[in-house]
Design a protein around this ligand. Structure first.
Ligand code: MG
Ligand code: MG
Length: 248
C-alpha cells in the first residue's frame, strides 16, 4: 500500500530533507585527497545532530555509520572506515536524517580532485537520469514512467542500470511501498497521486549492470569492477508538480 502524506507531513519531511542536504553539502566540501571516509562520516553526523535531527542509517538493520561511502567500483552501502581517498577516485555518499519520525534520504557522487573523462560523464549522466525521473513525479503519471525516464537517459549514454537495488517510497519509514526501479515500461505501474513521496535513486554502472556483495555483508560492487555512480533525491508528488524535499 502506498501511503500518501498530508501537507503538514510534507513540511516535516521537507525539514528532514533540508538537513540531509546540508549534511551532504558539508561532506562534499570536505571531500579531498587524504581524507578518510570515517572523517567524512563525522562531518555528516555532527551536521545532522547539530540540527536537532537523527542520522537515519546508523543502526538501520545494524548499519554502523551515518553515511554509506562507496568508492569507484563500489555501488552502494560502503561502510566508512580508515580508507584514505585519493585524487582521481569518485565517492558516492548516501545520507539520511530523521525529524519527528519522518525520513529524508539523498545521495550524490563526488569527484576527489580531478577525475577521468569517463568518471565525469558517468556522474553527469547519473545526475541527469535522476532529474529525468523527478520530472515525471506528477499526479496522473504512472510509476514506471519515472523508471523508464531514468533508464532511457542512462542507457542512451551507453551505461548500465543496476537492477538488484531500487528506489522506494519514504515517510515514517525509510523504505515504504512502492519500490522504484531504475528501469521499466513507461505507461505502466501504479498511478502517481498527490502526497506520494518517492526516493528516486539511480545507481548507474560504466560497465555491466551486474553487481555482487563483499564479505562485509554490506558493500555492493560492480561485477566487472567498472565505475559506478549514485544520485538520489526524496521527491513529493504534488498538484504544483515535483517537489524535491532534499534541497537546502
Ligand atoms: Mg539513500
Ligand atoms: Mg534510498
Amino acid at each position: 500500500m502506498i501511503i500518501t502524506k498530508s501537507p503538514a507531513e510534507l513540511e516535516v519531511m521537507r525539514e528532514a530533507g533540508r538537513i540531509t542536504a546540508v549534511a551532504l553539502r558539508m561532506v562534499g566540501d570536505a571531500v579531498r585527497s587524504g581524507v578518510t571516509t570515517t572523517e567524512l562520516d563525522a562531518v555528516a553526523e555532527d551536521a545532522i545532530r547539530g540540527a536537532g535531527a537523527l542520522p537515519a542509517f546508523k543502526g538501520y538493520h545494524g548499519f554502523p555509520a551515518t553515511l554509506c561511502t562507496s568508492v569507484d567500483n563500489e555501488v552502494v552501502h560502503g561502510i566508512p572506515g580508515s580508507r584514505v581517498l585519493r585524487e582521481g577516485e569518485i565517492l558516492s555518499v548516501d545520507c539520511g536524517a530523521i525529524v519527528d519520525g519522518y525520513y529524508g534520504d539523498s545521495a550524490r557522487t563526488f569527484a576527489v580532485g580531478g577525475v577521468s573523462a569517463e568518471a565525469n560523464q558517468l556522474m553527469e549522466v547519473t545526475r541527469q537520469a535522476l532529474e529525468a525521473g523527478i520530472a515525471r513525479c506528477i499526479p496522473g503519471m504512472r510509476l514506471y514512467d519515472v523508471s523508464a525516464a531514468v533508464q532511457e537517459v542512462a542507457e542512451a549514454a551507453g551505461f548500465s542500470v543496476v537492477r538488484e537495488y531500487v528506489g522506494h517510497g519514504i515517510g515514517r519509514s525509510m523504505h515504504e511501498d512502492p519500490q522504484v526501479p531504475n528501469y521499466g515500461k513507461a505507461g505502466t505501474g501504479p498511478t502517481l497521486k498527490t502526497g506520494m513521496v518517492l526516493a528516486i535513486e539511480p545507481m548507474i554502472n560504466a560497465g555491466v549492470a551486474d553487481v555482487r556483495s563483499l564479505d562485509d555483508g554490506w558493500t555492493v560492487v560492480t561485477a566487472d569492477n567498472s565505475l559506478s555512480a549514485h544520485f538520489e533525491h526524496t521527491v513529493a508528488v504534488t498538484d504544483e508538480g515535483p517537489m524535491v524535499l532534499t534541497l537546502e
